[in-house]
Design a protein around this ligand. Sequence first.
Ligand SMILES: [Zn+2]
Length: 168
Amino acid sequence: MDGKLDDVEAGPGSADMRRDAAMPAAATPEGAATATDAQLARRSAPNLWLGLRRGGSRACPACGEGRLFRGYLAVIPTCPVCANDNEQYPSDDFAPYVTMFLVLHLMVPVLLAVDRAWSMPMGVEMAIALPLFAFSTLGLLPFAKGAVIGFAWSRGVTRKPVAFSNSA
Ligand SMILES: [Zn+2]
């Protein structure tokens, strides 16, 4: 674990500058590398269900106490409770995929059942269904993103600095 944190801290300076701009003075960019023993003691050993449960409730997967997001979807880079680097876990496009998969599989059977039970005009059906799709997708997305980050934490999946050598 320490090795991974060191790798992240040794990355390009742009990441540190980004954190400087984004974080209040309380959590310094060095927070992840200089976690105190008390903060380290708050962290659990990586575990799949723990990660999914904590991340899925938008909490830090490592300790389950610190908040994972600031606002809607922005990951707080360093957990305020256990100083875990939560920005190192990739979620990228996987969270929207999970969200769409869940929403479609939950909503389509309901729509089909409604369609069978009541014959309503297409316009009415769309006027109800489309906002429902939009709101449930947007509502579910932060929880799906948290669960994806929790999954990455449990499996040790981290963003690694990629060296693009002779691709051009
Ligand atoms: Zn934490």
